[in-house]
Design a protein around this ligand. Structure first.
Ligand code: FAD
Ligand code: SF4
Ligand code: SF4
Length: 477
């Protein structure tokens, strides 16, 4: 009888790829996890119990065929594993690096629920496609034939690029517009290199360009070109502009110098990684070196700012968050990484104002968690008389993002938005209230995840293709 290659979770322990020591990794912007060696990837994949009803797959927004590509990895059929993995995910090596797996696929792995630790799904997914790149299996898109229709995509983030990839594979003429000088959206200018190295994103941009996707960069819709011009130039338009309006701080001194927005701080740091010169860094405004840095917020953006400040050589790096650790929105894994790198967390601490201009300190109110609200989440309450001043000479606001007012900015009153300002779009197709105009990713969902933007982009591209096919059939009748 053939030897059983899978179900090794009873005898083989979970093992992640090597994580660099905090003392070494906190001095550079390279990724903190190494790659699995081939034998290790096969061993870890072999822990999967090949569930008949795979909860991991059900909880992956892309419904990746996880058990099958794990079995192929465990049995050395890596090229097939790659083919299967890329069939449902446009950027598997990116999701393998930055998906919050603990809340998605791995958080629902049944072997964890049976007392064994989860299969390292994300690390194997990354390994499969990184290997595919290394071996030359990842090729530029070569459509079987060209189609006459064209689609204009506004925004070169993961949502827009996933749609571009899907449409181009079907032979559609695709132009992606972005206000930045490089494609990738937050993959390029938001998420730091220690989570996602920039060449991983750039090689995807190059692959799309080599496959016939046209990029029009440094082109801001509403400023350099109007929305109507784009709509007139294409058979369909996808809005994939993300959310960039920073939630602001109020209170005395909130406008002082030295209080900056997370997106400006992270964009600057990412630009430096490309070798760009950034005047706001040279002037010291967005440089944490030698400073007492306080980051306000408890989400993934806050974690990224904290860990960037550590790498820039800050004197001290503190995080203020008004709830406790158990109630923070950011990933527990990233919080642990930040702690290992020397970040200090001040839980149950809310800013009520700022001292000095330039800023010298944050006036902090101590909080406790009170009664749960309608959603069941405990509401923070002020502890009277427990205020203090946290010294700071760089304060970074990382309280989340809201959508820009696109109907006004683009003079498109017909573009319907929700009461949160996000674009109203049909969930499975991305269709908006305007004929031939679709929307995907964060601009529809509000600040979300890369994997959801990819899902939206793929679904929307499929709906547009269906529309084009329908039009061709009608014309032929
Ligand atoms: P975006 O990636 O925001 O791309 C939108 C693009 O549209 C941008 O390039 C922008 O320049 C362009 N654009 C906007 N307006 C215009 C205009 N008028 N004209 C032309 N171009 C325009 N998600 C994860 O899954 N894991 C993580 O670890 C993670 N970390 C994050 C860290 C940070 C700091 C941030 C801010 C977000 C993080 N996210 C993470 C969330 C994730 O990055 C987003 O959910 C995802 O990028 C959304 O994709 P998108 O394509 O909708 O938009
Ligand atoms: Fe898990 Fe994300 Fe990969 Fe899906 S795409 S399998 S959620 S890491
Ligand atoms: Fe394998 Fe876990 Fe998915 Fe089951 S839930 S198929 S054990 S990875």
């Amino acid at each position: 009888m053939a030897k059983q290659p899978m179900l090794k979770f009873v005898t083989v322990n979970r093992d992640m790829p090597h994580k660099r020591d905090a003392e070494t990794r906190n001095k550079d912007f390279a990724e903190i996890y190494a790659e699995f060696a081939e034998a290790k990837a096969a061993e870890q994949a072999s822990r999967c119990s090949q569930c008949g009803v795979p909860y991991c797959q059900a909880h992956c927004p892309l419904h990746n065929n996880i058990p099958d590509w794990l079995r192929m990895t465990a049995t050395g059929r890596l090229e097939e594993a790659y083919e299967l993995s890329q069939a449902t995910n446009t950027f598997p090596e990116i999701c393998g690096r930055i998906c919050p797996q603990d809340r998605l696929c791995e958080g629902n792995c049944v072997i964890e629920q049976s007392g064994h630790e989860t299969v390292t799904i994300g690390a194997v997914e990354k390994y499969i496609t990184d290997t595919a790149w290394e071996k030359g299996w990842v090729k530029p898109i070569t459509p079987a034939g060209e189609r006459p229709e064209s689609v204009g995509i506004i925004g070169a983030g993961p949502g827009g690029l996933a749609a571009a990839d899907h449409l181009r594979r079907a032979g559609v003429q695709v132009t992606v517009y972005d206000r930045h000088d490089r494609a990738g959206g937050l993959l390029t200018y938001g998420i730091p290199g220690f989570k996602l190295e920039k060449d991983v994103v750039m090689r995807r941009n190059d692959q799309l360009e080599a496959g016939g996707v046209t990029f029009r960069l440094n082109c801001e819709i509403g400023k350099d070109i109007t929305f109507d011009e784009i709509r007139n130039a294409h058979d369909a338009v996808i809005i994939a502009t993300g959310v960039y309006k920073t939630r602001d701080l109020s209170g005395p001194g909130a406008g002082a110098a030295g209080i900056v927005r997370a997106i400006d701080y992270l964009t600057c740091s990412n630009r430096l990684s490309f070798g760009d010169s950034v005047p706001e860094f040279d002037s010291g405004e967005l440089d944490a070196k030698g400073k007492k840095v306080v980051v306000i917020g408890g989400g993934d953006t806050a974690m990224d700012c904290l860990r960037t400040a550590v790498r820039q050589g800050a004197e001290s790096v503190k995080c203020l968050y008004r709830r406790d650790r158990a109630n923070m929105p950011g990933s527990q894994r990233e919080t642990q990484n930040a702690e290992e790198e020397g970040v200090v967390f001040e839980w149950l601490a809310a800013p009520q104002g700022f001292a000095g201009d330039p800023v010298t300190g944050v006036m902090v109110q101590r909080m406790r968690l009170g009664q749960p609200d309608a959603t069941g989440r405990q509401t923070p309450e002020v502890i009277e008389g427990a205020d203090y001043v946290e010294e700071a000479d760089l304060v970074i606001k990382a309280l989340g993002f809201e959508p820009e007012d696109l109907p006004t900015l683009w003079d498109q009153p017909e573009l319907e938005v929700t009461r949160w300002g996000t674009v109203k779009a049909e969930f499975t197709t991305g269709a908006t209230a305007m004929d031939g105009v679709y929307a995907v990713g964060d601009i529809v969902r509000g600040a979300s995840l890369v994997v959801w933007a990819i899902r939206d982009g793929r679904d929307c591209a499929a709906a547009i293709l269906e529309r084009f096919e329908g039009a061709v059939e009608v014309a032929a009748e």
